[in-house]
Design a protein around this ligand. Structure first.
Ligand code: IMP
Length: 440
């Protein structure tokens, strides 16, 4: 049984907590795209864990895999492994594997990301982790893979062929090419390679064999659907495919294996970095979301832009991912707001539309058309049953479900593992059809 979980918005939907919650019921949790640009915060008891590359399922003892679709930063990965091990999390080659073919994020990729962002007028606002440059090298067949570190000669051959061109680019971008990749750094990388060799596996083989043996696999996406390199709000996107289909290519499994696809929806929208954001708020309601929701990036510490829930964008995400169920996160953050708004449609150049235009340049001009409801004052952190929610919070949830035609299976009402409402989907009056259906 294979479940795919992805963020339905611009990332940071609270994936860490939900994956952590679901992982107990799975044998394997696997990351399929992205790199250490991702950041998941998971609260276990009084402990707060921030993970960037290792699937957070490992915190509850589920086996964790990093697929060949990711770009791997070997330096930060080993630091992350050590941080978790120091805090008592067991990581061995019995419960953790990394695909031998994973492309490496090299120090020159990071320099190029930082320098090119600094030189641009219209910055993407990247996490400056070298993600685009590492993916570009993969597409150019110019990458160093994890497995290349296991053979010193092959590694140096590849590195020496790559470095001169990188030095040229870095010099052009205004950087100092001489300290680009000193020999001691190459030696350190080879040493890290020796450590990681211990964990190297063929993820596609492991997952397919596990599925055949009746095991349950959870494929964990990073970032969010609207940051997808093809389908997102280009050019303000990340460099990988972040939608559910990417789990198949990024892990090496066939689409016929997919049992369900879960979408994570935050009760409001956040975005880090630049790019269109029709419902963005710059008022006291937006500040409420930032402060109560603690909307600061796990990876970069940047303050996230916040705005009302956007149904046209959610409708697009549902199409891109084929969600069979949704999880609503951070509903508790909306407590205390006098009025709650949801963007039901856009006005684009005088025309009412309920689906986002293809180009982000056009999305920039979309003016939200809101539906409004009274808010609620009660705190939600202790509530475990949907029917105990304040009536206006229930209305909010039901509105989204009905408009989407996709049920919520969980509602998260706080950062702690136990702060979750399990929805009984069969009791809920939701017209449910996982195959593309109109939302309105
Ligand atoms: P990059 O992935 O670092 O190249 O950044 C490209 C865009 O994706 C920027 O707007 C980043 O802020 C955004 N981004 C990348 N990773 C994440 C994430 O994990 N959460 C939210 N936004 C992200």
């Amino acid at each position: 049984m294979l479940t795919i979980i992805t963020g339905a918005q611009f990332g940071d939907e609270g994936k860490g907590k939900i994956v952590d919650h679901l992982a107990e019921n799975y044998d394997i949790v696997a990351r399929f795209q992205g790199g250490d640009n991702a950041g998941h915060t998971v609260v276990v008891g009084d402990e707060v864990y921030k993970v960037h590359q290792i699937p957070s399922g490992i915190l509850v003892g589920t086996n964790a895999l990093i697929g060949p679709g990711v770009v791997l930063n070997p330096f930060s990965l080993t630091e992350e492994m050590k941080m978790l091990q120091d805090r008592g999390i067991v990581i061995t080659n019995e419960n953790f594997g990394i695909d031998t073919k994973a492309s490496l994020i090299m120090p020159y990729h990071i320099s190029m990301d930082i320098l090119s962002e600094a030189s641009r007028k219209n910055r993407v606002g990247t996490t400056q982790k070298g993600i685009a440059y590492a993916y570009a090298d993969r597409v150019l067949r110019n990458e160093i893979r994890l497995g290349d570190l296991f053979d010193e000669d092959r590694f140096y051959q590849k590195l020496n062929a790559i470095l001169p061109a990188k030095k040229e680019v870095i010099a052009k971008l205004g950087g100092n090419p001489y300290d680009l990749f000193p020999d001691e750094e190459a030696k350190r990388l080879l040493k890290i390679g020796k450590e990681l060799q211990h964990y190297a596996v063929d993820v596609s083989y492991v997952i397919n064999s596990s599925l055949r043996a009746g095991k349950k696999v959870l494929a964990e996406g990073a970032q969010g659907a609207l940051l997808d390199v093809v389908h997102g709000t280009q050019k303000y996107v990340t460099s990988s495919s972040t939608i559910a289909g990417s789990a198949c290519t990024g892990l090496g499994i066939g689409p016929s294996q997919v049992t369900k696809t879960i979408g994570l929806v935050k009760a409001y929208v956040t975005r880090v970095g630049n790019g269109p954001f029709p419902t963005e708020l710059t008022d006291a309601d937006g500040e409420h979301m930032v402060t109560v929701g603690n909307e600061f990036g796990t990876t970069t510490g940047r303050k996230r832009r916040c705005g009302w829930l956007d149904m046209p964008l959610l409708k697009k995400s549902a199409n891109l991912n084929g969600y069979t169920e949704l999880v609503l996160t951070k509903l508790d953050v909306l407590s205390g707001l006098e009025t709650i708004k949801i963007c039901a449609a856009y006005d684009l150049d005088g025309e009412r539309i309920d689906y986002p235009p293809s180009l982000s340049e056009d999305l920039e001009r979309c003016v939200p058309v809101y539906t409004e409801n009274d808010g609620w004052d009660e705190t939600l952190g202790e509530i475990r049953n949907f029917f105990d929610l304040p009536p206006n919070a229930r209305k909010f949830v039901e509105y989204i479900e009905k408009k989407n035609g996709i049920p919520f299976s969980y509602i998260s009402v706080g950062p702690k593992r136990e702060q979750i409402i399990k929805m009984d989907v069969r009791r809920r009056d939701v017209r449910y059809n996982p195959i593309m259906r109109p939302l309105f």
